[in-house]
Design a binder for this molecule. Structure first.
Ligand code: NAD
Length: 382
């Protein structure tokens, strides 16, 4: 069988995670990689045994031997890269948030649909097996009518004013930082699980570090060196470290969540709780194989991932037997399996997040930004 040939754009954290997950599918070859320079791309290709590398992503996207592309670059590059990929007939799997604006996301969705390519936004966190068990519980009515949702996505990697990354700069990231980076996952997840659209938001975004100390370029290569004040330049910051949002979902459900990149001790503490008229559930990404189920009139339960015990179609999202954990990297593999399954056979269902979900995410982020700016509720028509 001929393998699908894919190209990786971006050589950072996600470039590595995607390459690994793609290779575990078996029917897809990572045929080439594009980085921000020839040398960065070559170093990545050498490390991961990829045949071809380039610093010129645009010419790679024009290569007829490439079938699909993964966009794993800073957010500002998603739309320009996806646009050219679509124009050249490539199937596109793009990291979240899909774009910098909802206008760009709509343009990509329309172009992808018109060209008939397969498109996905990488909300991989949907694909932990017990998370899919929650989806089945909600769908089968085990929780009853959904009344309330709560949660957070909290991290601590930007706690100090000396912590720095491209995400801090709106030009590369978009105006919403913590909310765009991890709030986008939280809002996608809660809508995916409850099948209820978010209809109104009331949010507040906060920047605690109004100035951050950016290491000067030359210093970054001195590993282990203790930086002195001269090694930094002060940069004014206008992207959010923290955000809090009240929500309306569907006709009647209510909720709230926070996002934070300054919460000491939280690494990727993505938590949600869903409460219905019959029972409730609670999940934390830092303990991904466990699910708490709460009852009013009987003892609460904690179940652990075991495909033989997952309900409905949830077992199809677990590839290992019970007791063997399936984590973050597996969530990417599960999404990619469905994306490439659709490329291989168009009669396969679209059971992965598409550019339409990416567009919905951008509309919600813009609503949160508007709400925070005007200090009031904003309705969203998704
Ligand atoms: N789904 C998830 O769980 C998840 C997790 C982390 C990041 N992300 C998303 O993935 C994307 C990348 O984030 P990351 O953490 O890998 O960042 P990163 O900084 O580790 O990597 C970004 C890469 O893009 C490369 N790049 C920059 N300009 C380029 C250009 N012109 N051409 C080619 N490559 C270029 C950089 O050299 C770097 O290798 C972001 O959109 C982010 O939101 C998603």
């Amino acid at each position: 069988m001929q393998k699908i040939r894919t190209a990786m754009l971006g050589t950072g954290f996600m470039g590595i995670v995607h390459t690994d997950a793609i290779r575990r599918l078996g029917n897809v070859e990572v045929a080439a990689v594009a980085g921000s320079s020839d040398s960065k791309a070559k170093a990545f290709a050498d490390q991961l045994y990829i045949d071809r590398s380039t610093g010129d992503w645009e010419s790679l996207l024009k290569d007829p031997s490439i079938d699909a592309v993964h966009i794993c670059t800073p957010n500002a590059l998603h739309a320009p890269m996806a646009k050219i990929a679509i124009a050249n007939g490539k199937h596109v799997l793009c990291e979240k948030p899909l774009t910098m604006t909802s206008g760009e996301a709509k343009e990509l969705l329309d172009a992808a649909e018109a060209r008939g390519i397969v498109h996905a936004t990488n909300h991989n966190l949907r694909y932990y097996p017990v998370v899919q068990h929650v989806r089945q519980m909600v769908a089968s009515g085990e929780l009853g009518e959904i009344l309330a949702v709560q949660g957070t996505y909290s991290q601590d990697w930007l706690l100090y004013d000396t912590d720095y990354n491209w995400r801090i700069e709106a030009e590369h990231n978009g105006k919403l930082r913590a909310m765009g980076d991890i709030g986008s996952h939280w809002m996608d997840m809660i809508q995916h699980l409850t099948a209820l659209p978010i209809t109104s938001v009331c949010g507040e975004l906060t920047t605690f570090h109004k100035t951050r100390k950016k290491p000067k370029g030359s210093v970054q290569t001195f590993s282990g060196k203790t930086l002195s004040p001269d090694d930094y330049e002060a940069i004014p910051i206008d992207t959010d470290d923290f955000g809090a949002v009240l929500l309306h979902l569907g006709d009647r459900a209510r909720g709230s969540f926070t996002v934070s990149q300054i919460s000491a001790g939280n690494k990727n503490s993505f938590r949600f709780e869903i409460y219905g008229t019959k029972s409730g559930i609670s999940w934390n990404q830092e303990r991904p194989d466990e699910l708490w189920i709460g009852h009013r009139n009987s003892p609460n339960q904690v179940i652990v991932k075991d495909p033989s015990l997952l309900i409905g179609g949830a077992a199809g999202f677990a590839d290992l037997p019970g007791g063997h954990s399936e984590g973050y990297d597996d969530s990417h593999k599960q999404l990619f399996k469905r994306f490439y399954g659709r490329i291989a056979n168009r009669s396969n269902p679209i059971d992965y997040p598409t550019f339409a979900d990416g567009l919905r995410g951008m509309l919600l982020l813009e609503a949160v930004a508007e709400s925070s700016a005007k200090r009031g509720w904003v309705d969203v028509n998704l």
